[in-house]
Design a protein around this ligand. Structure first.
Ligand code: NOJ
Length: 766
């Protein structure tokens, strides 16, 4: 019997390969439908339920460790076909071993998926996603994901839990580092590119892996920025701000979705029929991929108070459309009973299983279950020169110049003495960032190394540690301990600063200050960093701060006192080289902030695309009156706005004009603007288009990004940039949640950031 079944599977697989050689997830006809259905018809209830279980490997935990973890039992379950996928099983050897258990022992030999958090690289680290977002460049996202896929797939992984496309408005939330920022247009643009990079055109290509759009949905709106906290937002915010990147991901053919830990309006995402059945699998017609839960989250519906027990949690999650259970062990303890007693129809179960099998066929796992576990590739494809080149290019494009008084930057490679100060400057680990997959500890190029490598004479560069940020190396699940009050390194740093022409002061956050479970109420600089800055200022005012961080920070004192500031995030393997490229002007900085930088934590959440309200502080009002929406101790505006970023040259915007001041819903308007490079060096500018709908059936934000174009201009050169506005540009999810536009007056704004813009009006008529 077993042999016959095995032959059946092989036949299915071969036919599948012949028929679907070039199939990709974007095709509208269900790929491998015949093969999936024939396999499904052979499966027992137990085997079907088994495909929906995602187990963690035993050596790396990225969630709470299950107390009853019984590895032996896990292995037995794989052998008996009760497991569909594994996460955190790594290396070709590890994945081969686990795959063998499934393929050679289970009745039908269905191969496993191997999932892993390949977030911004596998061995070669790209900038953290928030940093990549600052490039506003799809090529940065795409090529970085391509390298990550190539490396991970060479090491046995065939499924990544990325990209994360949660909108992040609150810097207290540790996962801002993993997000594309606060804007849904930019987030959709980048998420699409990340998916293309991971998946390529054909999932069965061995250098591509299945992607996962997460976290569905609204995880970034956790109250008070505290991870895993309750989310309670309006339908309009959900539809207009949160969901657009997910819809774009579905349209891009992403292989899977991961739902989120949070509840929204009283319903945990796992149990949300609205999100999963009505929207994703209904209105968006997402048919060829599956929805995986987050770690343990199906079981957490009980803790939320949404399900009384395992059986109810299993029922609610599966009927709502959660297809796979990550480490909650709810499905393995409920599905068979729920289906055999008729509480859940077998068709619901079949639908979930079909989705999982479809992706396995698309990945080519039935053709060769070990195709991603290739020792030769694992040796050849990781951390190559070519991959590092991509990382350096991505890193320099992600840097944002926040301030450059009196053109202190760029520095000279010769004839200028430089003191590099701060423990973060010599750190070879922090730049790798949080969520770093299999990066080798301490493998990044440090700021100091980058600078030393760039100058003509090494003796022009000296180093002093100054402050110590944390007590020592820590592993990713442990809390950090900050050093405070140890100023024993100050003197050496101050003496050095006295002697040199310029100080490069590295300040910022440790990489483990951001990431999952790492929310903070203080978003300033920890430890003794600010004290050191003030001490150095007393002896040398020529300070360039390189700011390394995983979230937007509140740094008003830096802005007030320091002449030049470079936002360098956690830039990955090539951090130091990329930073040196910018410091010395080999690359003219072109990054733009994907999030607003607050003046203080009290402004959080702060974001540019907010509503006007009835009493905006911008309205003319009687001086001295307090009855306006404002703070009595802080301006409303951010320190640095969304879209902001300087260059070593300057750009002048003029001559904003429209092809017409009126359009109807079938028509369009072309907006033109002249941009001139008014400085002395060539540079790249990101020209940004914002729209405001003055009056709507529900109120609309004061501005929303609707397009952007990156242009490169030589000194003195000018270009006319054009944007086409059509009905889609003006449409949104209205009061009744239908998508469309509403006639009336609109503002059109174009500029180099969300605050410095030229504005004109036009009308949409019936
Ligand atoms: C929990 C995180 O929220 C999710 O993003 C990640 O993919 C899983 N753990 C697996 O590590």
């Amino acid at each position: 019997m077993k042999v016959q079944l095995a032959i059946a599977i092989v036949t299915i697989a071969l036919t599948a390969c012949m028929k679907n050689n070039s199939s990709n997830t974007k095709s509208t006809a269900a790929p491998f439908a015949t093969e999936v259905d024939s396999l499904l018809s052979l499966m027992t209830l137990e085997e079907k339920a088994g495909q929906l279980n995602l187990y963690a490997g035993s050596w790396e935990f990225t969630g709470p460790v299950p107390k009853d973890a019984n590895n032996q039992q896990k292995l037995e379950n794989i052998k008996s076909g009760r497991v569909g996928a594994m996460l955190n099983v790594i290396t070709t050897e590890g994945t081969r071993e686990a795959q063998k258990l499934a393929v050679e022992n289970s009745r039908l030999g269905i191969p496993l998926l191997f999932g892993y958090d390949v977030i911004h690289g596998y061995k070669t680290m790209m900038p953290i996603p928030l940093g990549q977002a600052a490039s506003w460049d799809a090529e940065v996202a795409r090529s970085g994901a391509q390298v990550a896929a190539k490396e991970a797939s060479a090491s046995g992984i065939n499924w990544t839990f990325a990209p994360m496309m949660d909108i992040a408005r609150d810097a207290r939330w540790g996962r801002m580092m993993e997000s594309p920022g606060e804007d849904p247009y930019l987030a959709s643009y980048l998420s699409k590119a990340w998916i293309e990079g991971f998946q390529g055109n054909n999932l069965s290509d061995e250098a591509t892996i299945a992607a996962c759009a997460k976290h569905f949905a609204a995880y970034g709106f956790a109250e008070a920025g505290r991870d895993y906290n309750t989310v309670d937002i309006s339908m309009q915010t959900l539809y207009n701000m949160v969901l657009p990147p997910f819809k774009a991901a579905s349209e891009a053919g992403v292989a899977s979705f991961m739902n989120s830990f949070n509840e929204i309006g009283g319903v945990p995402a796992n149990g949300s029929e609205l999100l999963q059945r009505e929207l994703l699998k209904g209105a968006w017609n997402y048919q060829n991929g599956f929805v995986v839960s987050d770690w343990g989250s199906i079981g957490e519906m009980i803790t939320h108070g949404f399900a009384a027990d395992t059986l109810e949690a299993g029922y609610k999650a599966l009927t709502a459309g959660s297809d796979m259970d990550m480490e909650a062990h709810v499905y393995e303890n409920s599905i068979e009973e729920l289906v055999s007693t008729g509480k859940i129809s077998e068709e619901i179960l079949n639908d979930a299983v079909r989705r999982v099998l479809t992706i396995k066929f698309q990945l080519g796992l039935f053709e060769n279950p070990y195709r991603y576990s290739d020792t030769t590739r694992e040796k050849a494809d990781l951390l190559t020169e070519e991959n590092l080149k991509v990382a350096r290019e991505a890193a320099r494009k992600s840097i944002v110049l926040l301030k450059n008084e009196n053109n202190l930057l760029p520095l000279n490679k010769e004839g200028q003495s430089i003191a590099v100060i701060g423990s973060l400057a010599a750190d070879k680990d922090v730049p790798l960032g949080s969520w770093r997959a299999q990066a080798n500890e301490g493998s990044a190029v440090s700021v100091l190394e980058g600078i030393q490598g760039a100058v003509s004479n090494k003796s022009d560069v000296s180093f002093a540690q100054g402050y110590t940020l944390t007590t020592g190396r820590r592993k990713f699940v442990y809390e950090l301990e900050f050093v405070e009050g140890d100023q024993s390194g100050f003197d050496e740093a101050i003496q050095l600063a006295k002697k040199v022409d310029v100080v490069v002061l590295a300040l910022g956050e440790d990489c483990w200050q951001s990431g999952e479970g790492r929310s903070q109420t203080d978003i300033g600089l920890k430890g003794d960093q600010m004290d050191l800055m003030y001490e150095i200022l007393k002896v040398n005012k020529n300070i360039v701060v390189t700011l390394m961080n995983g979230r937007s920070l509140a740094i008003p004192e830096l802005d007030e006192n320091i002449p030049a500031i470079l936002e360098v995030w956690h830039l990955g393997s090539e951090a130091g080289n990329a930073i040196a490229d910018v410091l010395f002007g080999d690359y003219n900085p072109s990054g733009k902030l994907p999030v607003s930088f607050p003046r203080n934590v009290g402004q959080c959440p702060i974001y540019y695309n907010h509503k006007n309200g009835g009493r905006p502080a911008t309205n003319p009002h009687d001086a001295g009156m307090v009855f306006w929406s404002h703070y009595t101790d802080s301006p409303n505006t951010p320190l640095y706005p969304f879209g902001y970023g300087l260059s070593y040259t300057t750009f002048e915007y003029s001559d904003l004009s429209l092809s017409s001041s009126e359009m109807n819903q079938a028509g369009e308007i072309v907006a033109s603007i002249k941009v001139k490079n008014t400085g002395k060096v060539g540079g790249q500018e990101t020209v940004q288009l914002y729209i405001r709908d003055y009056v709507g059936s529900v109120t609309r934000p004061v501005k929303e990004l609707k397009g952007f174009e990156k242009i490169t201009l030589k000194p003195g050169e000018e270009k006319v940039v054009q944007f086409t506005i059509n009905n889609e540009t003006l449409s949104y999810y209205r009061a009744d949640l239908s998508f469309g536009s509403e006639p009336g007056q609109f503002a059109l704004m174009i500029g180099g950031n969300s605050q410095k813009i030229l504005t004109t009006d036009f009308r949409l008529v019936d």
